[in-house]
Design a protein around this ligand. Structure first.
Ligand code: AHM
Ligand code: MG
Length: 352
């Protein structure tokens, strides 16, 4: 029997194994039929950069044998560290596309301008090229995090104003995790979808359609070595998860990789909460609003979770500078709300 085209189309957003490129094209067609396809094209360029970074991170375990990453290779040349390498791959693969007016990277002090020889487009891209890179020599999962905004300035090229936008204005965000397999997770605000790189065909294929994070989880993820640097409220929060004296009356289990994308991705799938509160060494928090908290906040909210500083929604924060840091409390909705309730009670007590 002949299959109708509508059957094929209806299945395409959730059909396991559909390629990332097809998924993005179908989403554009369904949600913005009049769009020119710039965002879809931009995403395909990010995907290509991710494949290249994935290939290099796979070689990291050979560091002592091949002389990679910051050492001298067999030709006597100095080879770049992987985070610098990933940064270069992102810039080289994105700056010529004609879709961007400016970029910003966790590795750069200032914004990255589009060279004059390339066309200027309507989007900005902010990224952390290799999050968790201090773990790479131990073969622990690392990742690239990205955030896309629509341009708001109107001059000949992009400005700081275009980059320093609130997280709630993101048009797309996601990450690529280079773990036992390479997985790309993205959202344009219409569901969160995960794709696994199939090395045999070199394509990201849909493996996690329409991810919804559980409303509550059993995991808390935090660097507890900072305990004595935290204030009373942060200590109280962690004690509540450990002791079972929380809204569920249940003790949580602890999981902490120390690589944000890995900790975030696990909690997104299983449920749970990741916390990096402010402490007396990192008085404004350690993690960066633009390349880390905002994109993961956009992903988690679109999967049904929450991202907060403890007192404010991450996506509402007005970025003050490129490397603006924030406390980050992110994950399952009820767990984040519980933490916010402890911060609110502490604030009330302070005020009285
Ligand atoms: P990076 O982007 O320079 O790798 O730093 C951010 C990393 C996160 O991946 C991780 O969650 C955090 O720093 C770990 O910090 P700590 O070692 O203080 O626990
Ligand atoms: Mg990082």
């Amino acid at each position: 029997m002949a299959r109708s085209e509508s059957t094929i189309e209806n299945n395409s957003q959730t059909r396991l194994g559909i390629s990332f490129s097809e998924h993005v094209a179908d989403q554009q067609h369904r949600l913005s039929p009049a769009a020119r396809g710039d965002l879809s094209s931009l995403l395909r360029h990010i995907m290509l950069a991710a494949k290249i970074i994935s290939r290099e991170t796979r070689k990291a375990a050979l560091v002592d044998i091949l002389g990679l990453t910051g050492k001298i290779n067999v030709q006597g040349e100095e080879v770049q560290k992987l985070d610098d390498y990933a940064d270069d791959v992102m810039i080289r693969n994105l700056r010529y596309t004609g879709h961007l007016c400016a970029m910003s990277s966790e590795e750069h002090e200032d914004i990255i301008r589009i060279p004059e020889r390339y066309a200027v487009g309507n989007y900005t891209l902010t990224f952390d090229p290799l999050d968790g890179s201090s773990n790479i020599d131990a073969n622990v999962g690392v990742g690239t995090i990205f955030s896309i905004h629509r341009r708001i300035s109107s001059g000949p090229t992009g400005t700081h104003q275009d980059i320093l936008q609130r997280g709630k204005n993101q048009v797309c965000a996601g990450y690529i995790i280079y773990g036992p397999s390479t997985i790309l997770v993205y959202t344009t605000g219409h569901g969160v979808h995960g794709f696994t790189l199939d090395p045999s065909v070199g394509e990201f294929l849909l493996s996690h359609p329409d991810i919804k994070t559980p409303e509550e989880g059993n995991i808390y993820s935090v660097n507890e070595g900072n305990y004595y640097n935290w204030d009373e409220t942060a200590r109280q929060v962690i004690e509540a998860f450990k002791s079972g004296k929380n809204y569920r009356g249940k003790a949580y289990t602890s999981r902490y990789v120390g690589s944000l994308v890995s900790d975030f991705h696990r909690n997104l799938l299983y449920g749970g909460i990741f916390l990096y509160p402010a402490d007396n060494k990192n008085t404004s928090g350690k993690l960066r609003l633009l390349p880390e908290a905002n994109p993961l906040g956009f992903v988690v909210e679109n999967a049904g979770g929450l991202a907060s500083t403890g007192t404010q929604r991450i996506l509402d924060i007005e970025p003050k500078r490129l490397h603006h840091r924030v406390p980050l409390i992110i994950g399952s909705r009820k767990d984040v709300e519980f933490v916010e309730s402890i911060f609110a009670a502490a604030k009330e007590k302070d005020a009285s």
